[in-house]
Design a binder for this molecule. Structure first.
Ligand SMILES: [Zn+2]
Length: 342
């Protein structure tokens, strides 16, 4: 099969806080984030006289101000009919409860994402912090790095208002009618356990959450709650329902610009991970801890927040290989080490 040389980006880049209509009735709002990844894309879909909002942004005062400006401007006479959260991460649903309460709107999510958001959002227990400390100690963090993580505590809860205690559950293949279009739910695992993507056949548009991004690959990480998970296996096994969509589908990603070239992007992502997996195997000719692996996989200086994400990603690659008999695990002084086998 011939491959398109590049992805197409038919819509000019937006500034943060700006809104643009990407297809009739579907609007893109670019919201600022205080990270190297400096924005998240949110979607407002006209729904009769109302609006359905897909993702709301992080719990930051400026995000609320942006919403207040947007909703008192061109959308001033519209009610919010529902708020859909694609997945539990703070940059997507941190403000969902605020929006649901302020605008008296119900919250829609998949069951697992809602459970994750609700439980992590309200977990103030010491056992959570103990599990976090044990997990990162096993990855090879030093005492100073562990102490800084302890000091932060539950980093998730700091950026999220706990999602509403009541929700509408979205399941794979559910169909939602929004603004006269039928949107089919595609559930995707890997970046998060049960991310909701939404596909409308007419015209072909896919709200892709973080599952398919145009210029970065979504972070696929292992976190303290499931140290022996295989999210990279989940992720690489998740593409079948997306391959069934037309190649000219307009993909609306949560970061970066809307693009065309869905199948080409899937191939690029598969090649990216195949390269990284081989790098990990080569590096593990000598046993390596996860912290030692960071220098192999990442060529930039990492701050504490970035190190957590990067080490979770390194562990996801290592576990993937371990479960496919390419690496073996051992433990030295409480730190996990992985060595290539065969
Ligand atoms: Zn995410």
């Amino acid at each position: 099969m011939s491959r398109p040389p590049v992805l197409e980006f038919p819509i000019p880049v937006l500034r943060t806080g700006e809104v643009c209509e990407v297809v009739p009735g579907v609007h893109w709002l670019r919201m600022r984030l205080p990270y190297r990844l400096n924005h998240v894309n949110l979607w407002l879909i006209e729904d009769g006289d109302d609006l359905t909002v897909v993702d709301v942004g992080m719990n930051l005062p400026e995000s609320r101000e942006t919403w207040q400006a947007v909703l008192s401007g061109q959308f001033a006479f519209r009610r919010i009919r529902r708020v859909i959260g694609t997945h539990y991460h703070s940059d997507h649903i941190g403000l969902a409860a605020w929006m649901c309460e302020t605008y008296d709107a119900p919250f829609y999510a998949s069951h697992i994402e809602w459970c994750m958001a609700r439980s992590l959002g309200i977990d103030g227990t010491q056992s959570l912090l103990d599990a976090q400390r044990d997990f990162y100690a096993r990855l090879g963090y030093d005492a100073a790095q562990l102490a800084r993580l302890d000091a932060v505590g539950n980093a998730y809860a700091a950026k999220v208002i706990p999602v509403p205690p009541v929700m509408h559950r979205l399941r794979r293949d559910d169909e939602l009618t929004i603004g006269g279009r039928t949107w089919r739910v595609i559930a995707a695992a890997g970046h998060s356990p049960e991310m909701i993507c939404l596909f409308a056949a007419d015209p072909g548009i896919l709200i892709a959450g973080d599952h398919l991004l145009p210029s970065i690959t979504p972070n696929v990480s292992i976190y303290p709650a499931e140290p022996e998970g295989d999210p990279l296996g989940d992720y690489l096994g998740s593409f079948a329902p997306f391959r069934d969509l037309p190649e000219d589908t307009l993909v609306l990603p949560s970061h970066g610009r809307p693009f065309r070239g869905l199948h080409a992007r899937i191939r690029q992502i598969e090649e990216h991970h195949a390269d990284r997996l081989e790098k990990v195997v080569a590096a593990c000719a000598e046993p390596k801890s996860i912290v030692e692996m960071l220098g192999v996989l990442f060529d930039t200086e990492l701050n504490d927040h970035e190190r957590v994400i990067a080490s979770g990603e390194a562990l996801a690659h290592v576990r993937y290989l371990q479960y496919r008999d390419r690496l073996a695990e051992s433990r030295v002084d409480g730190v996990l080490r992985f060595r290539a086998v065969g």
